[in-house]
Structures are given as structure tokens and as C-alpha cells.
Design a protein around this ligand. Sequence first.
Ligand code: SF4
Length: 599
Amino acid sequence: VINNRGKAREHLMAILRDLENLSGNQQLSPETLNAVAEAMNLPQSTVAGFVGFYTMFSTRPRAKFLIRVCKSGPCHVMGARTIFDYVEKHLGISPGQTTADGLFHLEACECLGICSVAPAMMINYDLHGNLTEERIATILDGYRSREPFFGEACGPEVEGRVCMLDEPGQTQRLTEKIGSIDPLSVDSYLEKGGYAAIKKALAEYQPDDVIAIVKDSGLRGRGGAGFPAGVKWSFLPKGDMQKYVICNADEGEPGTYKDRILMEENPHGLLEGMMLCGYATGATVGYIYIRGEYRRSIERLQRAIDQAREKGILGDNIFGSSFRFDIFIKEGGGAYVCGEESSLMNSMEGKRGYPRFRPPFPAGAGFLAKPSNVNNVETYASVPMIIEKGAAWYKSVGLETCTGTKLYCLSGKLNRTGLVEMPMGTTLREIIETFGKGIKNGKTFKFAQVGGSAGGILGPELMDLPLDIDSTIKAGVTLGSGVVLVCDEDTCPVDFLLDVLNFFEHESCGQCVPCRVGTRQLHHLARKFATGTAVPGDLDLMVEKAKLMKNSLCALGQSPILPITTMLKYFREDFLRHCDPSLCCPECANSLAHYYRGH
Ligand code: SF4
């Protein structure tokens, strides 16, 4: 395995993943880790520390089939707790346990990125959504006669209605090719005009022209921060030094699944966007860092890269020019914090995914201390159409300061859930009513969390809020990555916030005190409300502690304040009612009974 992958430390993640798959019980034993350390000339503690950081690895034996049940926001709202009940009923195991025959091991996990079909689980790398008791029984029985498989995730269970292509009224630009091209074929992409933008750039534009067009288009990063992409590209130093184009495909924000769909259904579109960035900035190598759970994305992108190399689209003298560029894939290991760009680069280097102190910024010293540009999938995938059709065309939709379209990820208690592409600034009402077809089972809207777990809570009075980067910030929330998680009258705000704060405690990397201690204390306070042991003063205490976390090193530690304060703005009374143990609600009791047992 090591000879295949290479001995450099940056290959550590891939080597360990291969060894885990070969183990037969998805274990990285201490003996294996020591052997890896010796062969790669790394301290044993380095390898052990690396494995301990990433939740997808285990040094303890697991099983032939590893069942990971998602408990993040959308799955939580859609009944993830009952999924544990069903698995327990069928297999007789709780989270953390293995069946006596060594066939199944059960774990709780955070977002799997198939939120439109929540509740969901992953078995090895197969994704299963829309779970019910009957489906779980059938699915698990099907595995008894199967050999373990670690390849591309099987599709039928998740395909369903993940992308609302058939829903009229959308402005389909990023999703235009989805459904009309074969994502497994470079020829299909070429037939539909694929790689025309990079050809055009090489023939007609100097690198600075490309940057100028991207700047003029007003494209802002779609990962959450909303920084202008062209301006970011211009920060990379000029000259012939080694530079990198890095794609952040570590889509871990609960409720987000747009990048997965772009990578699976139009992989060449992402490659072309990265190539344009490489040409514009003078970088010759690109990396796509994909979360380890996204097996299908990894395999489809690798196939696309191989095909592009065979056709001479990646490599030297691309389309007869002097431009050379190649792209490689790096896998994540199950750590939400690696979505932060500096921790992502540490992870790419074979280290624990700790966020770095800044400066230096990636444009000066990024991957392997070389100048690097980091954008996410949706951002890079937007660039080919900008180059092909021009900046004026791109900004003909959206808002003046927030141009183009946005991919919104609908999940939760809606009649229809899935991916929708609309101009930036489409209102929450339009998204919910036109595309979500209203609230499920005729219930009433209670609130929506927009932007993922780190996002704010929007009550009914904000139904007409334009969902764009600036309007959401002005309203005291955030667009984030475009999550729209809708909750109905049955959702308990205390139980919802408990799940959010449990998530942050679980995902804190522990590097800095405000976040390490703060996430734990906030989770503890939420549990007090959930168990009827809180006092009214705990509400202010929770806000005070979240404010202190503003001093945290990275965005993760600075995030809990938003869901807490926005939730309390609407539902303070619900929290006060939970201070009375006799009024404690079954939702909270249910969560406590499920997620904290054997986990
Ligand atoms: Fe780690 Fe949290 Fe500090 Fe970020 S804020 S570096 S996640 S401990």
C-alpha cells in the first residue's frame, strides 16, 4: 500500500484508508499503525495522533459492515432517533457495538450530505436515504449475503429527487448540464460545449484578463464567507514559483449537499473551473480535498481526471498552448473543522486538521507553505460559464452586490426537498412555497435554520428575507453555504439547539481554550434545559459563554453564538418552560435517550 501511494507524509490519509479497507473489520490496529510509522519514517505518536483526530478511523475492531447513522440537523428533525431504534430492534446492538457474528457495527455520525432524503445512513460507503423501519430491515438483510465493498456508493437509495431539475421556474446555470451529460464520459461533456471556456481563455485572454473578467462578474465565494473570487485570485504572487489551486470539497456543514451533486453529476465542470484558476494565477497543480464519506464524488472525479489526462486536457501543452496543469484528489477523514481552509491544508499535508494561526494567509503560504488559492466547488464550477458567456451575462441575474445564481439545499419538513438553483436574493417564502411545496402534512411553519448548524434561525417574520450574502447578514443571520432546513410546529426548539450544540462540541478540534471549553459548557447548558434541570439564569449564561467564544481561533468556535441568540429571539419562552421538570418535552427526552447511549 505504501509503495503504491508513496512514502511522503501527505499520503498518510490515503494509506490508512487503504489499510482500513483491507483489514476485514475496518480497524487500524496499533500494530498496523506502528508498521506504517516505521515504513514512512514517522514517529509512532504522529501516526496514532493522526488516526485519533479523524472520526472515520478506529483503532478498535469494528465489523465487515459499518453502519453510520446520521444525527445532524436535517436527519435529527426527520427522525434519526427512531432509526437507532429500528437498527437496535433488527440487530440487537446500540451505537458503539458489534453484532456477535462480526457482521455489523453501529455508529452515530454527523452529516452524510444526503439531507434531502433524511433520515439517512451509510453502510461502508453505500448511502441509504428515506429510511423507514421496513426499509431498514430489507437493507440490512441484503447485506448479510454481500461481500464488503468499498467502492462507489450505490445509487438508487439516494437518487430520488435530490435535484429538482423538473421543477419549473428555476434559473439553471450551474445545473444546466446536469441530466443532459453523462458524468462518466468526457466525450459527453465535450459534446455539450465542455472545456470551451478554457480553450477560449487560452486563445483569447492573458491570465490577468481572466482575473479581470471574474472580478467584473462579481462572483463571490460560495463557501460561506462570500469573498470576491477574482480579488482572491489576484492575491497570489506573480512569477514562476510553485503555486496551487485548491478546491475545498469538504462539504460538512449539516444540510449541505450541493457540492456533492455538482461533483457527481458534472465532474468536468469543476475541473475546468480549476484549470481557469490555474491559468489565471500561474499555478500548475490543483488539488481537490473531498470529504471521505463522498465515495461516489471521489470515484467520479478520479475517472474524470483520468479521462482528461488521456485526452491531453490535463497535462502539458493543453489545447496546443504552453499552459500545463494537473489535478489530484485528497480525501478527508471525517472532521468538520477541515472545511476551514487552513485546517484543510494541514490535513492535505498528512497532519491533524488543526486550523492555523493567520497570517500567513494561503495566498502567501498555503499547502506545503507555497502560495495557494482555496475556493469551494460551487465557486470554481461557476467560472467556466463566466469566461464563456461574459461578466455582463453572469451578473444579469442576482443582485448588484451579490451576482449570479445560488444553489439552495432544501431539507426538513417540506413536501418536496432537493437542490434548487435560483438567483441570489430569492426569498425564503418563494423557496419554501414554490419549490418545497409548503410544509409537510399540512402543518405550520415554525422556523428555518439557514446556513447550516452554524447558521441563524429565521422565524415567520423573515419569510420575505432575500437569501443572499448581504441581506442575511443585515438581518443578523447568514446565508452560509445555502442550507434551508425547515422545521414545523412539532419541532422543539430546545431539542433542536441541543443537537446543534452537541454537534459543535463533537467537532471542536480542541486546539484553543474558548472553543474547547465553551462548546462543552454550551452543550452542558442545553442538556440542562432538555432535562428540566436548568434555571432561567442559564439562558443569559449561555449567551454570555457563546460571546466569549468570539475569541476563538477559527470560525467553528465563533459560530454557536448565532444559532443560540437567534433561537432565543423567537423561543425564549420554550426554554423557560423547560426549566420546569414536569413540563419537559418528549422530544428532548428522546434525544437524550438515544444519542448519549453507547456513544
Ligand atoms: Fe479548534 Fe475550535 Fe479553536 Fe477552531 S475555534 S481552532 S475548532 S478549538
